[in-house]
Design a protein around this ligand. Structure first.
Ligand SMILES: [Fe+2]
Length: 247
């Protein structure tokens, strides 16, 4: 733990350590039990949640350093001998706090299907082909301006058995780690204009229309590279009125 972190955790009036805890804000994030999303019934807590304040161990435990992240970790198209099938895309944005300040040194991890809508996972049932050149897993560390950037393939829609003819809209799963491994946020990024969005119970489990839109990336012509890849911009806001919705 560095002296800077200790100082920032000290209450100015008493000089005592104040360790952060993260209560789930009411109203913004999807309910833990949502009727339209069938399997939430099986795994939502049945008892009231108990808030456990972080102790020094959780807050100051080991962190991933950027030296552990290789360049190919954020380029999902160069992790194998050949290039994966599908539309090449760039997904980039910033991680921001509630005041719009950039959040540097945050581990951002993504996972997604291949172009045919299939995950590389032993429980995957979708009869779309696996792509030998695509794992669908990436990670990056935000830079000093809070920026992350991935090169990947446009994911496909996939059936998920929640209800008759249920298809998930194309999406990329995101996980963010904060100051410690206990500070983890998980969410999904969607693509603009997807006709499956109005039909998706997971997307629509977020009741606020503006908050739903904050899960949809913007097509970005400036990020788009000629003759090479489409660009999508998606900023992740950790809290406040413009907060990104987390699962
Ligand atoms: Fe998914």
């Amino acid at each position: 733990m560095t002296a800077d972190v200790t100082t920032s955790l000290t209450a100015p009036d008493t000089g005592k350590l104040v360790l952060p805890s993260y209560e789930r804000p009411a109203g913004l994030h999807p309910p833990l039990d949502f009727e339209g999303y069938r399997s939430t019934k099986l795994r939502h807590p049945k008892q009231p949640l108990v808030l456990l304040p972080h102790r020094l161990t959780e807050v100051t435990g080991p962190l991933l350093g950027d030296q552990l992240i290789a360049a190919t970790d954020s380029d999902l198209t160069t992790q194998h001998d050949g290039e994966p099938q599908g539309q090449r895309i760039i997904v980039a944005g910033r991680v921001l706090d509630s005041d719009g300040r950039p959040v540097p040194d945050t581990l951002v991890e993504i996972w997604q299907t291949n172009a045919g809508g299939r995950y590389r996972h032993w429980r995957e049932h979708h009869p779309a082909p696996l792509d030998p050149n695509f794992d669908g897993i990436g990670r990056a560390i935000t830079d000093a301006a809070g920026r992350y950037r991935f090169i990947t393939i446009q994911p496909g829609a996939y059936p998920w058995g929640n209800h008759p003819n249920a298809w998930r809209p194309a999406h990329i799963h995101f996980s963010l780690f904060g100051r410690a491994f206990t500070q983890r946020l998980v969410t999904q990024m969607y693509f603009p204009g997807d006709p499956l969005l109005p039909l998706d119970p997971i997307f629509n489990s977020v009741s606020d229309a503006k908050a739903r839109q904050r899960m949809v990336a913007g097509f970005d012509m400036e990020l788009t590279q000629p003759e090479w890849a489409l660009g999508y911009t998606w900023d992740i806001v950790l809290r406040g009125r413009g907060a990104t919705v987390f699962e």
